[in-house]
Design a protein around this ligand. Structure first.
Ligand code: UD1
Length: 420
């Protein structure tokens, strides 16, 4: 198994460029199933999850040419089935369900199952499709969905779910008549999905607010689309630079969609100067502790919680961090503690981080994508050598992370065959 070795204590300096957004590219790859013909995606990051999405479209029967930053999806004979072997690699695979049942009248998609950061059910996806007229049954670990033509309807989500909203948006785009979605997720990736569906000929309004209207069409067209920059990758580099010190220009930052993160970083004493699409980040002296509560967009993103917690480990004072989106997203805590952090947890979703003056490198285990990034950041802050194991999580979401970090002066090396 691969790991990453980080030698800490080096300030970062220079320029680093943010790649295309994984969480926008994945649903958009699924949207290609809504039409025949050839769709083209640009600015797609080279990531393991993108390979998995390409594999899934291929298994379903579409011709796929993944050569990031470009992905071409051509025609093919579709079998509307997503097998367990692929879905188990990536939960986001559930987003083929809506397009398949809308376009082919039936779909068989493996249930994604649990994952490290919590149970993560898909009940909202299924209830949304049922509201549009699909008949759903669960058998042998699979979702079986059947429908004649889906019918526009009102769907009220119990909670704002990102992939759930995207799945139902795609299905509604081919349903007969008008669909109203209530209590939608408002993440920038939802707005991006609306842009793509509108390019395809659907009429989606209200994306980015809690209520969306979608006029379904009889047919949709293929599209050409450049994926927006990854706000979480951008936020991770802002935090990495603040953690290590120095002066870094992060290029291609979607500043508006990172507002909640930028506000907290500034409150902690990080100097952030946006100029066009770039942000110059620097730090003078020790940071101050800030409190963070994660919530759906436009609140503080759960996908930045681990990175911010790490930054707080060496800030002055005590920071209270509350995770409200997922029930088990503190798996980085024991690893940070092994590196010298002083963190006490209360239940599964509150952590008190008392800033320490020094952390030391250790061998640590990555448990999920964002936790892995947080451990690499901890490695940059700590004295000596940190080895982050199970680094395959990082390859799911951070394009060329070693090259990017080394390009701004870090000392990061991938090491192969570390053992389990
Ligand atoms: C997406 C992101 C992920 C991010 C998360 C929250 C992608 C590919 N992934 O995940 O990086 O951490 O949003 O910003 O875009 N829930 C249910 N039933 C459902 C669906 C969700 O109970 O049917 C719950 C979840 O367990 C969770 C909350 O709703 O507690 C929000 O999850 P959701 O927004 O659906 O996350 P994902 O779309 O899976």
């Amino acid at each position: 198994m691969d790991g990453i070795r980080v030698i800490g204590g080096k300030p970062l300096n220079g320029r680093v460029k943010v790649s295309g957004a994984k969480n926008a590219a994945l649903p958009i790859m699924c949207a290609t199933l809504l039409s025949d013909g050839e769709s083209h995606l640009r600015n797609v990051p080279a990531l393991r999850d993108i390979d998995t999405a390409a594999e899934l479209l291929g298994v379903i029967g579409r011709e796929v040419e993944p050569s990031p930053p470009r992905v071409r999806v051509g025609t093919g004979d579709v079998i509307p089935e997503a097998p367990y072997d692929v879905v188990k690699k990536m939960r986001a695979s559930i987003m083929v369900l809506g397009p398949l049942v809308a376009r082919y009248g039936r779909a068989k998609v493996s249930l994604p199952g649990g994952c490290q950061i919590g149970a993560r059910p898909v009940d909202q996806h299924l209830r949304g499709l049922e509201a549009l007229g699909a008949k759903i049954k669960l058998e042998h670990g699979y979702i079986y969905a059947e429908a004649g033509r889906l019918q526009g309807a009102e769907v009220v989500f119990d909670m704002p779910t990102v992939t759930g909203t995207e799945n139902i948006m795609m299905a509604a785009a081919l349903a007969k008549g008008r669909t109203t979605l209530v209590n939608c997720a408002r993440e920038p990736e939802i707005v991006e999905m609306a842009r793509v569906l509108n390019k395809m000929g659907a009429k989606v309004s209200g994306a980015g607010t809690a209520v969306m209207h979608i006029e379904g069409q009889d047919e949709l067209h293929p599209f050409d689309h450049a994926i927006m920059p990854d706000r979480i990758e951008a936020g991770t580099y802002l935090v990495a630079a603040a953690a290590a010190g120095g002066e870094v220009t992060v290029e291609n930052v979607p500043v508006e969609s990172l507002e909640a993160v930028i506000v907290k970083l500034r409150a902690a004493g990080v100097i952030l100067e946006p100029s066009g699409n770039d942000v110059v980040v620097a730090r003078e002296g020790r940071l101050r502790s800030v409190d963070i509560t994660t919530s759906p967009h436009p609140g503080f993103p759960t996908d930045m919680q681990a990175q911010l917690m790490t930054l707080m480990c060496m800030a002055e004072g005590t920071s209270t961090i509350k995770e409200t989106v997922f029930e088990n997203r503190f798996m980085h805590v024991p690893e940070l503690v092994r590196m010298g952090a002083d963190i006490e947890t209360q239940g599964h979703n509150t952590a008190f981080v008392r800033g320490v003056e020094r952390m030391t490198g250790a061998s640590v285990m990555a448990t999920d994508l964002r936790a892995s990034a947080s451990l690499v950041i901890a490695g940059l802050m700590a004295e000596g050598e940190t080895i982050v194991r199970r680094v395959y999580h990082l390859d799911r979401g951070y394009e060329h992370i070693e090259e990017k970090l080394n390009g701004i002066g870090a000392d990061v090396v991938r090491i192969h065959s570390l053992g389990p």
